[in-house]
Design a protein around this ligand. Structure first.
Ligand code: NAP
Length: 251
């Protein structure tokens, strides 16, 4: 495929992400605290998470096997960071969550698989056919800033996922008002961390598919955080009113 054709496909995929953002502002994705049985057949929450997330790694691996350009150290570093995140999200996170007996609609799993197949393939195709990174990229400003953001975002995401998982353990299946540190300013620090992380990844990659990946991350996570925040305000009368949803002091 010519790069110009590939570029047009990625731009179209980004446009779909932007439309999805507006849809998700109106229709809350029904999983986790928003799970609902009105969306067709349901499957186990834990299995759902694994099935949803595994395709992105499989697609990347497939395209790596087909690579027509040599993979440089810089490209390997980017791929390693991507896999580092997704090994946690696919296998570790679902095994840690306290979710026994909870279910999610199969529709969510199918739509997330579609999202992950396109994202994994678009990144994989780029690395396999167009990537021309060199060691000089390790000295670039976009790498240094991106690496800082990626590491900070990854830590924030893991720390606050862990705090939420532990809260559930302590309060036996009930939801509680999270308190302390970033929770004092936003309702969803774990989602904030994930946004920071993929912003850093897009900077380090400095390519169109990673930008599309960030657009889709924002399209999924901003509406989800707004829905979580609204849910907290409705569920807990004493929920701190000054908290924002996901971006400190802004949203
Ligand atoms: N890149 C993307 O497009 C994308 C999309 C979606 C999610 N994610 C990532 O996937 C992870 C999970 O997302 P999520 O929206 O499902 O997270 P979440 O609602 O914050 O839930 C995380 C875990 O903590 C539990 N929990 C949340 N709030 C709680 C509270 N107040 N009291 C007790 N337990 C609580 C949840 O239980 P329940 O499940 O029972 O509510 C779940 O097990 C996040 O790290 C997010 O960044 C990424």
């Amino acid at each position: 495929m010519l790069y110009s054709t590939y570029e047009q496909l990625i731009l179209a995929w980004m446009a779909v992400g932007i439309v999805t953002f507006f849809i998700l502002l109106k229709v809350t994705a029904p999983y986790g605290r928003h799970s609902s049985s009105g969306w067709g057949p349901m499957i186990s929450n834990r299995l759902g998470w694994i099935l949803m997330e595994v395709p992105v790694m499989l697609c990347l691996l497939y395209f790596m096997r087909e690579a027509s350009v040599p993979l440089t150290n810089y490209a390997w570093m980017l791929l390693a960071l991507f896999f580092f995140h997704y090994l946690n999200r696919t296998f570790i996170f679902p095994l840690r969550i306290k979710t026994k007996g909870k279910k999610m609609p199969l529709l969510i799993v199918v739509s997330a698989i579609l999202f992950n197949v396109v994202n994994g393939s678009s990144l994989g195709y780029y690395f396999a056919n167009f990537a021309s990174y060199t060691s000089a990229d390790f000295m670039s400003m976009h790498f240094i800033l991106g690496a800082l953001l990626f590491c900070a975002g990854l830590c924030i995401n893991w720390i606050y996922d862990t705090r939420l998982i532990n809260m559930r353990k302590e309060s036996s299946q009930q939801y509680v008002i999270p308190q302390g540190a970033l929770f004092n300013v936003i309702s969803c620090p774990n989602l904030f961390g994930e946004i920071v992380e993929w912003s850093g990844f897009a900077l380090m990659c400095w390519n169109l598919p990673a930008l599309a990946f960030l657009v889709w991350t924002l399209a999924n996570l901003l509406p989800r955080a707004i829905s979580h925040h609204r849910w907290y305000l409705q569920k807990f009368e004493d929920y701190p009113k000054e908290r924002k949803a996901v971006i400190p002091f802004i949203i």
